[in-house]
Write a protein that binds this ligand. Structure first.
Ligand code: ADP
Length: 639
């Protein structure tokens, strides 16, 4: 399985750090901003949907309460027109100064006013002067007052129904004035006016905890559940309007100010959102109360009824919903971030696992390749070992052949000397045997016997020569196993008689070594060397023989056989290893000892050389391979 190359991993660390840093720097404030923004949006949405719901339910309330206001107002509509039917009234208007007429009307109006629960009922003549009034008993009675300036009088005198809300100039009390032109024979002879107090409506609203107000044609609040809003203008008042209203004395001398909400927002036609300072809140404080203000016209009047529905609960609910939205978003953002982090961790783990698998499979591939290579090289090695063994076998065989050939060559080289060495005794034997025959024929038995003794000696010498050569030429004993100690002991034992006779002190300074040479061969060499040493020390007063052994750096074993004999003169040294070279007199030396010893050492992979110490005497150095050493690879030079 191969991993798709990940380009992001290829980017330099400095570049890789930047987006992460930006993310870490900007993500938290961004999430915070989004949380706040969404929370606010949730709050607004909840508020508006709540307002819409309230709007619908408020519409019904508005209708119900509007109707109640209308019925309250219209309850008295017919009352002024009733006076048209009253003769005393028309009589009074026809002749106001006639005796008792005014009082009769006053009494009538007083009784009517009491029964109808109105505030006051009075009758004006065509000039606008009050001719009779229900409150004729009161100190501030309207009687005799000129109310021609009142708009309701002016409307009524023109034959229209006068509707007017105002504050009485006499009593200073607010009231709703309903005026009706009293006709007689198709002519208006006076005006009947009913003043109604509408505080009962306000009381009813307050009891029902309903917040509402009624504004008149000038936009002035004439009825309000909250007395503080009374006689406030719902809209802006121009200076001209203010002046006009002041002149009309409609609102007496009350200064008219604008109802100033903290906030006003038009939501739909006749629907507004208004915020007022909370009741009891200090001016400038942040506490406020919001209302949904729904306004409708009141039938038969130019007035408007406004219902105020508090939005406080709605607002609280909207805040809760906004907070919920913000919390939900924050949670979602947190979950998203957590999910994203987890996704990244999983992706990293997956990538690491894939990389590990890839590394594993690469490793396995490499191991398989290496194993294959190793197997191949093992095979090669095995075949090389086989070849080498074969080569070694061939070499050993060749070496054996060569040693043998070398020995034969040595014998070949020696053959002239041998022939010479053997011919001499043979010639002497022929002469001696001929002479002996003749001496026997002559009867000279003593001489014949002496000759035969000489002949025996000659034959012995010839036997020794051939024995030496035979043992040298024998195949197979060149390699083997020899114990140095055993060989030295055996040799010293053979020579023990001579050593004792000559009083030679033997110094052994070697340790046991197993050498790669036949035991007999080693004893043969040691016998030659030690025999020669004894020969050389015959004339020495304190003869001594040193046998020193040590192992050379290349692993071969070295044995030095040293004596303090007469030594070898430089002339003789050149011929030491030549066959049949001897300095020994008569029958004492054959001159084959060193030649054969050197050949035997060489056949075993070793060597033999002579040293001539300055202090005198001679040392022969024999080196031989140890038993566990590799067999020599080079051919041995026959000596
Ligand atoms: P041979 O002993 O029969 O003479 P070798 O080949 O053994 O034959 O010795 C050759 C000659 O080397 C000897 O005759 C002798 O002169 C000389 N030689 C050998 N060993 C010694 C020795 N240890 N000290 C002095 N001369 C020696």
């Amino acid at each position: 399985m191969k991993c798709a190359p990940d380009h992001s991993r290829a980017t330099s660390p400095a570049l890789a750090v930047k987006p992460r840093l930006i993310r870490h720097l900007f993500l938290p404030p961004l999430i915070l901003l989004l949380t706040i923004g969404l929370g606010y949006a949730g709050y607004r949405a909840s508020l508006y949907s709540g307002i819409r719901g309230l709007d619908e339910s408020g519409e019904r309330q508005l209708e119900l309460n509007g109707r109640a206001v209308e019925s309250e107002i219209n309850k008295y509509t017919f009352l002024p027109s009733l006076l048209e039917l009253e003769h005393s009234v028309s009589d009074l208007l026809a002749d106001p100064d006639a005796e008792g007429r005014r009082q009769a009307v006053n009494d009538y109006l007083e009784g009517l006013n009491r029964r109808s629960h109105s505030s006051a009922i009075y009758v004006l003549d065509t000039t606008g002067r009050v001719q009779a009034s229900s409150n004729w008993r009161d100190a501030n009675s309207y009687l005799g007052e000129d109310l021609s300036f009142r708009a309701y009088f002016q409307d009524a005198i023109r034959g229209q129904d006068g509707r007017f809300y105002g504050i009485g100039t006499t009593t200073g009390e607010p009231g709703y004035y309903l005026a009706h032109g009293l006709e007689e024979h198709g002519k208006i002879v006076g005006v009947a006016v009913v003043k109604v107090r509408m505080e009962s409506l306000e009381e009813r609203w307050q009891k029902a905890r309903l917040e509402a107000f009624v504004s008149d044609e000038n936009g002035i609040i004439i009825l309000s559940s909250d007395p503080a809003r009374r006689l406030k203008s719902v809209g802006p008042l121009t200076p001209e309007t203010k002046e006009r209203l002041a002149r009309s004395l409609q609102y007496y001398w009350f200064s008219l100010t604008e109802l100033q909400p903290l906030e006003r927002e038009t939501l739909a036609d006749g629907v507004e959102r208004l915020s007022f300072p909370a009741a009891g809140a200090r001016p400038g404080s942040q506490r406020e109360v919001s209302y949904l203000a729904q306004t409708r016209e009141l039938k038969d009047t130019p007035w408007h009824f406004t219902l105020l529905t508090p939005l406080q609960d709605l607002r609280r609910e909207a805040i809760i919903q906004g907070v919920l939205v913000a919390v939900a978003f924050a949670l979602l953002a947190f979950l998203l971030i957590a999910w994203n982090e987890r996704r990244k961790v999983i992706a990293t783990r997956l990538a690491a696992r894939e990389a590990l698998q890839e590394a594993n499979s690469q490793l396995e591939r490499r191991i398989a390749e290496r194993t294959e290579n190793l197997r191949a090289s093992n095979e090669r090695l095995k075949s090389q070992i086989r070849e080498r063994r074969q080569a070694e076998e061939t070499l050993r065989h060749a070496q054996d052949e060569l040693v043998q050939a070398g020995k034969l060559a040595a014998i070949g080289q020696m053959s002239t000397s041998i022939a010479h060495e053997l011919n001499q005794p043979l010639a002497a034997l022929r002469t001696l045997s001929g002479n002996t025959v003749r001496f026997l024929e002559r009867g000279a038995l003593d001489t014949a016997s002496t000759n035969l003794g000489t002949m025996n000696q000659l034959i012995d010498r010839m036997g020794r020569i051939t024995a030496s050569l035979r043992s040298f030429a024998r195949r197979g004993e060149d390699r083997g196993r020899a114990s140095l100690t055993q060989a030295v002991d055996a040799t010293l034992q053979v020579l023990a008689a001579r050593i004792g006779a000559q009083g030679v002190s033997v110094h052994r300074q070697f340790s046991e070594a197993q050498l790669a040479i036949g035991q007999t061969r080693l004893e043969q060499i040691l016998g030659n060397l030690m025999g020669n040493a004894l020969d050389a020390m015959q004339q020495v007063t304190a003869p001594a023989l040193w046998l020193d052994g040590d192992t050379l750096d290349d692993g071969r074993y070295r044995l030095r056989v040293r004596d303090n004999g007469h030594g070898i003169d430089p002339q003789t040294r050149k011929h030491l290893f030549e066959p049949f070279f001897t300095t020994k007199p008569g029958e004492q030396g054959l001159g084959l000892g060193l030649t054969l010893s050197a050949s035997l050492a060489a056949a075993a992979g070793g060597s033999l050389s002579a040293e001539h110490p300055e202090e005198g005497g001679t040392a022969f150095v024999l080196t031989l391979p140890p038993l566990n050493a590799q067999p020599p690879t080079s051919a041995v030079e026959p000596s």
